[in-house]
Design a protein around this ligand. Structure first.
Ligand code: HEM
Length: 113
């Protein structure tokens, strides 16, 4: 079965980048153990956009849906990182988000030596 790629597109104002990255860093491990989970990358924009991409790849749509309806909630529970007050914890660093869905049709990695 073809893997599916789910990319959450987060619009992040320049002054919120560090906060966003810190929050992701403090959620390390939040998705790795999930059934059908294959890959995660947080992609910081270098130029041309203020949108971060949260790249995730799953063995199937069902695996992604199962994560969304359960463990995902834990990964997104607001936490108050050191140095941030209660109020700060409630305010998302991102000002918007959009979910993109793709099916993997072809992929390649480097040739094994
Ligand atoms: C494709 C699957 C995902 C969806 C649909 C999703 C959904 C969202 C949404 C709607 C937001 C914006 C709301 C907000 O800023 O609080 C967000 C932010 C965030 N997500 Fe996800 N997410 C996904 C994957 C992940 C994964 C895999 C992790 C952890 C490894 C994660 C951790 C976070 C964190 C830390 C934020 C930042 C909260 C902030 O802006 O301060 N997300 N996500």
């Amino acid at each position: 079965m073809a893997s599916v790629v789910k990319i959450n597109v987060l619009t992040v104002p320049a002054e919120q980048r560090e906060v966003l990255e810190q929050r992701f860093a403090s959620r390390a491990g939040a998705v790795e153990g999930s059934d059908g989970f294959e890959w995660f990358e947080l992609l910081r924009p270098l130029e041309g956009t203020d949108q971060y991409l949260v790249y995730t790849r799953w063995a199937s749509e069902e695996a992604f849906q199962a994560w969304m309806s359960g463990p995902m909630q834990a990964a997104h529970r607001p936490a108050a990182p050191a140095g941030e007050g209660e109020g700060a914890a409630q305010r998302p660093a991102a000002s918007g988000s959009t979910l993109w869905s793709f099916e993997v049709v072809q992929s390649a990695g480097p040739k094994q030596a």
